[in-house]
Design a protein around this ligand. Structure first.
Ligand code: G6P
Length: 615
């Protein structure tokens, strides 16, 4: 949610910043901007425009883009509509300072009012401009240096921020700070980079420092990086070596990241399970669980906290933990959990699921759970992310960077981790028979191969998608383990094609959605072999009786549903509890192709962002 970036060194900053902005564009893409200090004429130039980074490149053509220090921003609007005035960077009143920001300054209105009374004039509707004006006011009023002014200003701020500031008369310095929004500093040879995540940095250096909350990085040209906190205590920078590779950030011949990521799933699931799932000795090794075995075995309850697609993975986790571990589970939207007074016991185990590891609501919900004394386990994809660092223990999903805004490979890996956790705990608790445990282990290890066979139907699913581009509404239905898949399938369609879609438990259809069904309404039913297969066939009859058009996801061995459905997509047979790992794949492909046919920007759908660092 907004990407921020900075460079200081001996090279020209502009090309590095533009390239980096492209990498961060998944975080927000309604406007973009750049600030560069030209030492020759002592100018601090800001260029910004509504639209994408490519629009910014167009806009800067023929302009003075020289400078070896600069900051840049790609925006997902919170305060103020997406236009060039609200785009970052923002100048201070004297135009001596420029600032970029990811997050929300919650008390901006009060601060703004007081600055207006002091004679400050605002250009934009953003909360960010308040911060840069406040820094300038404090600097002038207290006659202090820029870093002290930033410290004092940030002490007045309520909310979340990752910021970077440059000062016209100080072309050898960038100051960056964070609280609840991510910020990474890259250390190169005589140069420094800063960014919301490591993706723009990796091609220049693999040495990075993840800033902690309320830390300020003083990034001086040709000097050692210094980190201080808001109270001016010096911190020792902890260098982390990045393991990400550049190839993972490219499309690799695919037209979109989303399609690449769908096709990567056999490999990413193998990576996710590698070294953890051992069919040879019948063991599931998740060190995060082994180290805290007693917590899981004695858990009174499991609470799963997540948002979006990760929440859907959490729903599958609920079915798994309850079926195999016999532990009661609640799956909570982080945003709801944090704002009510949830009952949390010290012997609850809280599992936070998050691809980015930066989702603001999930982070805040974790804090609440920790305060209540619960043990918190994180399932994250981004290594070193805030959630990974703020939980007691956890497992990474290891799928590499997910860039398409619609989550695909992260979802299947989250489900795989939850499955491995459930199997591990169930065996420890002896709530699963050895025979069933070993059978599931073996079946799970074969899932990547089965996904490969589903992906071979890509062309067929693409053809099928043409039939559905007319639709304005879709219903997705499933029961049991297929219910979360229905909800996730509907989300995939609506977020990238802008077709309204609802995911429902099939039996609930009678309580409302059935009223919507007519001969124009496509109904996607996940009708795989399961304990509720016969019930599902009755639900399909009910749709048929109302002339709904049925697209059914069925098993290879299916006969009955195939006869009733208008169209079918086959998936290989598997155990019911593992079926979401297969049944979601054709739904990902279906959404992708419908969205492409409708001319949508599937990797950067309107209004969305990959990493939601605001509440
Ligand atoms: C956004 C993304 C979704 C993601 C959700 C939760 O809405 O577009 O793909 O599922 O945030 O994000 P997280 O990083 O916590 O999984």
């Amino acid at each position: 949610m907004c990407g921020i970036l900075g460079y200081i060194g001996n090279r020209e900053a502009y090309p590095i910043l533009i390239k980096g902005l492209h990498r961060l564009e998944y975080r927000g893409y309604d406007s973009a901007g750049i600030a560069l200090i030209n030492r020759e004429n002592s100018k601090l130039n800001i260029y910004k425009t509504k639209g994408r980074v490519s629009d910014l490149e167009e806009f800067t053509k023929g302009k003075d883009i020289s400078g070896t220090v600069g900051i840049a921003h790609t925006r997902w609007a919170t305060h103020g509509e997406p236009n060039h005035i609200n785009a970052h960077p923002h100048y201070s009143q004297s135009e001596n300072l420029a600032l970029i920001h990811n997050g929300i300054i919650e008390n901006y209105a009060v601060l703004k009012e007081s600055l207006i009374r002091k004679g400050y004039v605002f250009q934009s509707e953003t909360d960010t401009e308040v911060l840069v004006q406040l820094i300038e006011y404090i600097k002038t009023d207290n006659n202090t240096d820029i870093s002290t002014a930033i410290q004092l200003a940030l002490k007045q701020v309520i909310g979340a921020y990752a910021i970077a500031v440059v000062e016209k008369e100080n072309p050898d310095l960038i100051i960056a700070a964070r609280k609840s929004s991510p910020l990474v500093v890259g250390i190169g040879q005589d140069e420094f980079f800063l960014a919301s995540d490591a993706s723009p940095i990796i091609e220049y250096t693999n040495q990075v420092i993840y800033l902690n909350d309320e830390e300020i990085a003083l990034i001086h040209r040709n000097e050692q990086l210094r980190i201080i906190n808001l109270s001016n205590v010096e911190k020792t920078p902890q260098i982390t070596l990045l393991e990400m590779s550049l190839n993972e950030l490219e499309k690799g011949g695919y037209p979109h990241f989303m399609l690449k990521e769908i096709f990567e799933q056999p490999r990413t699931l193998r990576d996710c399970m590698s070294g953890r799932l051992n069919t040879g000795n019948g063991r599931v090794v998740l060190s995060g669980i082994i180290d805290h075995r007693e917590k899981f075995i004695n858990a009174r309850r499991i609470i799963i906290l997540a948002c979006g697609t990760s929440w859907h993975a959490g729903l599958i986790g609920e079915y798994l933990f309850e079926e195999f571990c016999r532990i009661p589970v609640e799956v909570e939207y982080s945003s709801e959990f944090r704002y009510r007074r949830p009952v949390i016991y010290p012997d609850d185990v809280v599992i936070a699921v998050s691809q980015s590891g930066e989702t603001a609501d999930t982070l805040a919900a974790i804090e609440l759970a920790k305060q209540a004394g619960a043990f918190v386990y994180g399932i994250c994809n981004v290594v070193g992310s805030s959630i990974a660092r703020n939980t007691d223990s956890g497992s990474y999903t290891h799928v590499g960077p997910e860039i398409g805004v619609a989550s695909t490979k992260a979802f299947t890996a989250q489900v795989a981790v939850l499955t491995m956790m459930a199997l591990n705990i169930a065996r420890e608790k002896k709530t699963i028979s050895e025979q069933q445990y070993l059978a599931l282990l073996s079946e799970l290890s074969g899932i990547p191969g089965k996904i490969e066979t589903i992906l071979q139907q890509n062309r067929y699913i693409e053809d099928l998608s043409k039939i559905f581009t007319y639709a304005h509404n879709f219903i997705y239905l499933g029961r049991g383990y297929s219910y979360p898949v229905a909800v996730e399938g509907a989300l995939k369609l609506k977020e990238i094609s802008y077709i309204h879609a609802e995911g429902y438990p099939a039996a609930e259809m009678k309580h409302g959605p059935i009223a919507l069904i007519d001969n124009e309404m496509p109904v996607v039913v996940i009708a795989i072999n399961s304990t509720t297969y016969d019930k599902m066939t009755s639900n399909i009859q009910e749709i048929k009786a109302r002339k709904g058009r049925i697209l059914a996801i069925v098993n290879k061995s299916d006969c009955k549903v195939r006869e009733m459905a208008d169209y079918t997509i086959e998936i290989p047979d598997t155990e019911e509890c593992l079926s979401p790992l297969l049944s979601i794949v054709p739904l990902q492909l279906l959404s992708y192709h419908i969205a492409v046919k409708k001319g949508r920007d599937v990797d950067m759908p309107r209004n969305l962002a990959k990493s939601v660092t605001v509440e």
